[in-house]
Design a protein. Structure first.
Length: 259
């Protein structure tokens, strides 16, 4: 299925980029101010109560601890929501998919183009968060530069995951289920706000079943300059998640669109 994708999927990406360019100011402002709100609310607010936490045997300030987790959250949200709500609107309400499929492009090109566009949105949001937290001196360089690569891999994983749900939901209101059952638990228990080793054994095992946990772990290791062998495993899990979900989304979407 993945082999049926042609280079023409970039035309789908280009179409979405052109639309984004027409309203870029409205789309650019939220990712710019979102990290500031998170940093002030959780880092400086809650950080005033929790001075330090221990991570990988080292004491770090709470603000430095949650900063990479907030970057990971931005990547997850922008990747997932772009290929769920936004892609569903283009497919179901705007009939954009139908219009594109009247051209020489195949279904695989359309679906993969949407996933790549979602990855691009996640990369842009994650990069903005990266710049903001770097401005506050919360990253260790040069190790932190590798975060941009991990952000790209994580964005691809969550974008592909979102497209799987778009292929099966009957109406846009049904996206509330994966948001409630998957995205919200990952945000709360994926290691964004507290070290996982403080959780009971069963909760830690559950947390490591969530893709966001691996993204947070990888970004935090690089942000704190604590690169370990576990970093490679984190990235490989994210990459495998992206490939599997991308293939599954192609299969499911083809089944939906070909009637």
């Amino acid at each position: 299925m993945m082999g049926n994708i042609s280079r023409r999927f970039w035309r789908v990406w280009q179409r979405n980029l052109d639309v984004y360019g027409a309203t870029w100011k409205l789309n650019f402002i939220p990712p710019l101010f979102e990290p500031l709100l998170y940093l002030f609310a959780f880092g400086m607010g809650l950080g005033g109560l929790v001075k330090e936490v221990f991570y990988a045997g080292n004491a770090v300030t709470y603000l430095r601890f949650i900063a990479p987790g907030l970057v990971a959250t931005a990547v997850m949200n922008h990747g997932f929501f772009e290929t769920t709500y936004a892609s569903f609107v283009r497919m179901y309400y705007q009939k954009t998919f139908d219009a594109i499929l009247s051209t020489p492009l195949m279904i695989e090109d359309v679906v993969f183009g949407e996933v790549v566009w979602g990855t691009t949105k996640a990369l842009m949001a994650g990069s903005i968060m990266f710049i903001v937290v770097a401005f506050f001196g919360l990253l260790s360089f040069p190790e932190a530069l590798a975060m941009l690569f991990v952000i790209f891999i994580g964005g691809f994983a969550f974008s592909a995951m979102g497209m799987c749900f778009t292929a099966i939901v009957k109406n846009i209101e049904m996206f509330n289920l994966p948001v409630f059952l998957l995205i919200t638990p990952m945000f709360l228990f994926g290691g964004v706000f507290f070290p996982l080793d403080q959780l009971p054994a069963w909760a830690r095992a559950l947390a490591w079943c969530l893709p966001l946990t691996y993204l947070v772990s990888a970004l935090r290791s690089l942000a704190l300059g604590m690169s370990t062998a576990g970093l490679v495993i984190d990235v490989l899990v994210l990459a495998l998640t992206g490939v599997v979900c991308a293939h599954l989304s192609l299969v499911l979407m083809k089944s939906r669109l070909i009637k």
